[in-house]
Design a protein around this ligand. Structure first.
Ligand SMILES: [Ca+2]
Ligand SMILES: [Ca+2]
Ligand SMILES: [Ca+2]
Length: 270
């Protein structure tokens, strides 16, 4: 979950044999399914389907939460169900070309298999025949493989900006919350952008940051989906930060968020 060492690019060549036990995968297929339209889902792919468990994958899970809210078809289209318990997931990797010639976003496919148990993201909804919804766990595993380290990729945390680029195939923007005003951030949400804000590791917090984190229940070294920027009944501007854990969301005055959060990453989803 630590993001302090996260500013490296994941643009390594992808050359990964999929280590797939097809027998195990086929068995998983009877208990797992990518998408379920659950109660309260506005789309089969809904931000509320995401429940981080034991991997430090908050950068990936907060990003897919934010894309689920803005343009769920992106997530639906990136996952191909091979029908045998394996899934092929498509990412985008920037190719610098040669002296700028031939540069652009290339498609990179990664194939993963279930079961998505243990520390993998927990299931979203439960299907009619008791199948657990695993689209978040599929993307969590696939991104780890795409980034070339398997689940170990998450030991040091990842940059939400890199994850946004890999999923959306566009340049992400990085801003410092302290210098970025609420109107601009709100416009990004209205314009359909995926927006993720993250805190630096708590070791580096000053006393004021420690107090703010305790007051509002925010965690260090953690990425959140920016869900809303709004004005409360007293006219104060506040921000809602959706926690990929599936609980412990944060709702705080925008000015306090600006003091506590370290970076905000955003990318258009359409
Ligand atoms: Ca769902
Ligand atoms: Ca759901
Ligand atoms: Ca789990």
């Amino acid at each position: 979950m630590e993001l302090s060492n996260a500013n490296f690019y994941a643009y390594q060549p992808v050359n990964l044999p999929a280590e797939i036990d097809h027998e195990k995968a086929a068995k998983a297929n009877s208990t797992e399914t990518p998408f379920v339209q659950g109660e309260g889902d506005s789309n089969a792919i809904d931000p509320n389907d995401v429940n981080q468990d034991g991997y430090g994958s908050c950068a990936v899970l907060s990003t897919i939460k934010s894309i689920a809210a803005q343009n769920p078809d992106v997530l639906k289209n990136m996952i191909r169900d091979n029908g045998d318990g394996t899934y092929t997931v498509t990412f985008n990797e920037y190719d610098n070309g040669f002296l700028g010639i031939g540069s652009g976003w290339d498609k990179k496919e990664v194939t993963v298999a279930g079961p998505f148990d243990g520390k993998a993201a927990d299931i979203g909804d439960m299907g009619k025949d008791g199948q657990g919804e695993v689209w978040p766990a599929i993307i969590e595993k696939a991104y780890a493989q795409y980034a070339d380290g398997g689940y170990k990729t998450y030991d040091d945390g990842e940059s939400p900006a890199d994850v946004q680029e890999a999923i959306l195939g566009r340049d992400s923007r990085t801003e410092s919350p302290s210098e970025y005003d609420s109107g601009e951030l709100s416009d990004k949400l209205k314009n359909g952008e995926a927006v993720v804000a993250w805190t630096a590791g708590s070791d580096g917090w000053n006393d004021e940051q420690k107090k703010l984190a305790a007051d509002y229940g925010a965690v260090g070294g953690h990425a959140y989906r920016v869900e809303d920027v709004y004005t409360d009944a007293d006219g104060n501007t506040r921000i809602k930060l959706d926690n990929p854990w599936g609980h412990s969301d944060v709702d705080m005055p925008y000015s306090d968020y600006q003091k506590l959060y370290h970076e905000v990453n955003s990318t258009p989803t359409k």
